[in-house]
Write a protein that binds this ligand. Structure first.
Ligand code: NAG
Ligand code: NAG
Ligand code: NAG
Ligand code: NAG
Length: 431
């Protein structure tokens, strides 16, 4: 048995935090150029820009203005058996249990997350189990999961990390039943899978911001700068959630860029814009309003009567020693320890708090049959810098950039579906 890994390397959060103490507009120019490149070639990938922090005070004011009181039910915490337990507060323990599947037993692993095919050799990162402080998280059981979701429809709403989550679920479930690929758009953004023996449908509904966004054209080319309509839900997903039993809502990474923010058609301000006549509102503001709009939409959606909506909280990236475009890496091979976490200082944790608050916000006025919950993965995943494709593992699709955003399959992202299974059981128990 290994104990918790040593804190030899500077943790990512520290450097993240350090960067966030100044506004690096110099860094924005290469960022925008690279945005163009990425927008055209890897438009499905998401990435970081430098993180300005001038927004701290505004953010605090906004947070306070928006504070809501927590609700009692449905529970944010999970239950295991009848034991109440915060599933999401805990640590990783080393256990020789390997993965549920391999790249040969799951045939749907996308190339970009097939780390072993791409040369990853260390396998020990698969031998960690998430241990909530007060209970044990039940292991994933494909047949049990499929039993719970028989006859149901599940939608993963969000960016490519949301799709990554669905891809993990497909691999886990395919050990019991191989799904049919029944819909795929040209960019693999909208995808639907069907498990005929269990009449279970799972789909990925792709959206950058959850709300309507328009990319600005500057001098005839796409700029990577967006106008966000924070009060208008993105139709590309909202029109497809009819009869959805489970909606898993996430997002965050696309907000790390220059954006202009609108409500009711009026410009409210911007993020990373450095313009004297436009108020810098911070990406926290944008994220909060986008989640509020999305969750409200689900709550008020008449066509989604009994939907269970889960907010999957922010999934951290782990660029160490630089940003995504300046040589940042994620080459660790074991988790960081609980002791290394500095949640109060972590920007990711701040985003997670916003998402949880918006869940609580909508939870106060839950409409007929709807139920809300959180799939609160941020803390657990902050400890898993070892779970990304990086590029050491021969991952060439990023062409020289490291992917420290998405997660290897198999890998620690599979635990999200253990959380999900526990939550679905809870919700089944509550209905
Ligand atoms: C699976 O990974 C191994 C390396 O562990 C690789 O040789 C093989 O090509 C991969 N297979 C598939 C189908 O991805
Ligand atoms: C657009 O093109 C003009 C003329 O070539 C140039 O002066 C200007 O800086 C360009 N604007 C941007 C935002 O790139
Ligand atoms: C802000 O100033 C710029 C440059 O003068 C101008 O192009 C832009 O329209 C102004 N924006 C607003 C919202 O007034
Ligand atoms: C791992 O990443 C760190 C930080 O970016 C870097 O200094 C180190 O050289 C990397 N190690 C390998 C083996 O690539």
């Amino acid at each position: 048995m290994k104990s918790s890994p040593p804190s030899s390397q500077e943790s990512k959060f520290k450097s993240f935090k350090r960067e966030s103490h100044f506004i690096n507009f110099k860094g924005l120019a290469p960022f925008l150029l690279a945005s163009l490149f990425v927008t055209f070639i890897f438009s499905f990938f998401i990435f970081y820009s430098p993180i300005p922090s001038s927004v701290t005070t505004q953010r605090q004011q906004l947070n306070h203005a928006d504070k809501v009181t927590p609700i009692k039910t449905p529970p944010r915490i999970g239950f295991v058996g009848d034991k109440e337990c915060d599933l999401f507060k805990g640590h990783w323990v080393h256990e020789d249990r390997g993965s549920f599947y391999t790249n040969s037993s799951c045939t749907t692993i996308p190339e970009s997350k097939n780390c072993f095919k791409n040369g990853r050799e260390d396998v020990d990162f698969l031998n960690w189990r998430w241990k909530p402080d007060q209970c044990d998280l039940p292991r994933f059981e494909a047949n049990k999961f499929l039993k719970i979701v028989r006859g149901k429809k599940m939608a993963f709403i969000g960016d490519s990390v949301s799709r990554n989550h669905m891809e993990s679920l497909l691999c886990l479930l395919s050990q019991e039943e191989v799904p049919r690929d029944i819909y795929k758009d040209s960019e693999d953004r909208f995808r639907t899978w069907y498990f005929p023996s269990h009449d279970f449908t799972v789909m990925s509904l792709w959206t950058k911001f959850l709300v309507i966004s328009e990319e600005r054209e500057i001098n005839g080319s796409m700029s990577g700068v967006f106008d966000l309509h924070l009060d208008k839900v993105d139709n590309s997903w909202s029109q497809k959630i009819r009869d959805t039993d489970y909606a898993i809502v996430s997002n965050g990474h696309w907000f790390f860029r220059k954006n202009y923010l609108y409500e009711d058609g009026r410009l409210l301000g911007c993020v990373y814009c450095n313009e004297p006549n436009v108020t810098e509102l911070g990406l926290q503001f944008a994220l909060r309003r986008a989640f509020r709009t999305a969750l409200r939409h689900i709550n008020e959606c008449a066509d989604c009567k009994d939907t269970v909506a889960l907010v999957r909280t922010f999934s951290p990236a782990h660029f160490d020693g630089g940003n995504w475009d300046s040589g940042g890496q994620c080459n660790r091979t074991s988790p960081t320890s609980e002791g290394e976490l500095r949640l109060e200082e972590s920007f990711e944790w701040e985003l997670r708090i916003i998402q949880v608050e918006e869940y609580e916000n909508v939870g106060r006025e839950v409409r007929d049959g709807k139920r809300f919950g959180t799939l609160d993965v941020t803390r657990a995943m902050l400890m898993r810098p070892d779970g990304h494709p990086n590029s050491n593992w021969g991952n060439k699709w990023m062409r020289g950039f490291n992917d420290c955003v998405h997660w290897c399959l198999p890998g620690p992202i599979d635990s999200w579906n253990e959380f999900l299974m526990a939550l679905l059981e809870n919700f089944a128990g509550f209905s």
